[in-house]
Design a protein around this ligand. Structure first.
Ligand code: GEK
Length: 258
């Protein structure tokens, strides 16, 4: 795995962050050393897939990058289901297609994966049992986020689930400062220098817009998800599971009439 050294040297001017060929080459290392809890979230995505993916349904990995979630979901896929791995970066999708080609040659009996270079703002969602937005919505301007969440909800089968992970911010300035510092400590402890942290921060500043956990929860509830459960947080990164049920009164409680 190539090491992320994109911001290692001082830059005269730090440009806005783009998911290009350079980033693709170092992406697995970059995300593992930048997002506290990334590996834990991925492994839970696989566990959730085994519960929520149903036969003959569609699964969506929106903002799939190199398909880390897609490949784990594929291990749990049910008969007749199709995974749609969508990303607006052509470089990411090209590399994912190479990975999938290798996997398809090595193993038989895997479910179909359609890797698509497209914008999630216009990706139709139909017959979905499981949708993943792992660290993607944060790159969409906030005004356009509700529409995406609503379309996901509306395209989902009853009993279907959306997993959404995001970098979050905090209303309390002291908490915001502490969580930012802890995140930077995490990056430092994984080998990033202060210069790398500062330059990456400048590059991503206007591209990645975090919202509070409550803002995400409220948006998911407003879209109609009957269970909205934050299930993971590590410093300023959080993950939420949202489930669409037919009847919110007995949603996932396993309650019986007894
Ligand atoms: C993982 N989910 O490894 N439409 C489609 N893709 C987009 C859009 C958009 N409008 N905007 C950004 N992206 C992955 C990690 S990375 C997270 C996701 C990160 C894509 C973008 O090209 C990139 O590949 C991905 O969203 C975000 O589980 O780098 O912090």
């Amino acid at each position: 795995m190539a090491r992320d050294d994109i911001y290692l040297l001082p830059m005269n001017q730090v440009g806005s962050f783009v998911f290009d060929e350079h980033v693709v080459n170092v992406f697995p290392d970059m995300i593992a050393r930048s997002v506290p809890g990334y590996a834990s979230i991925l492994s839970m995505i696989e566990q959730l897939a085994s519960r929520f993916v149903t036969m003959n349904s569609h699964v969506y990995d929106l903002g799939c990058s190199l398909g880390a979630a897609t490949l784990l979901i594929r291990r749990q896929a049910k008969e007749g289901c199709v995974i749609h791995a969508v990303d607006s970066s052509a470089a990411m999708i090209d590399r994912l297609q190479q990975i999938l080609k290798r996997q398809d040659t090595d193993k038989s009996g895997l479910c179909e994966v359609v890797a698509q270079n497209a914008d999630i703002r216009s990706t139709p969602i139909v017959n979905a049992s499981f949708v993943v937005l792992n660290l993607t919505l944060q790159f969409i301007v906030p005004e356009e986020r509700a529409d995406i969440i609503q379309r996901i909800h509306d395209g989902m089968l009853p009993g279907g689930a959306l997993l959404i992970s995001e970098k979050i911010c905090f209303d309390d300035p002291a908490q915001q400062l502490l969580m930012t510092e802890l995140h930077h400590d995490f990056k430092r402890s994984h080998g990033y220098s202060d210069l790398e942290i500062a330059q990456k921060r400048t590059a991503i500043e206007n591209r990645l817009i975090p919202e509070s956990l409550q803002t995400h929860v409220d948006r998911l509830s407003a879209a109609g998800f009957s269970i909205v459960a934050p299930w993971f947080q590590c410093f300023n990164f959080a993950s939420i599971l949202a489930v669409k049920t037919t009847d919110s009164r007995d949603a996932g409680t396993g309650a019986t009439a007894e």
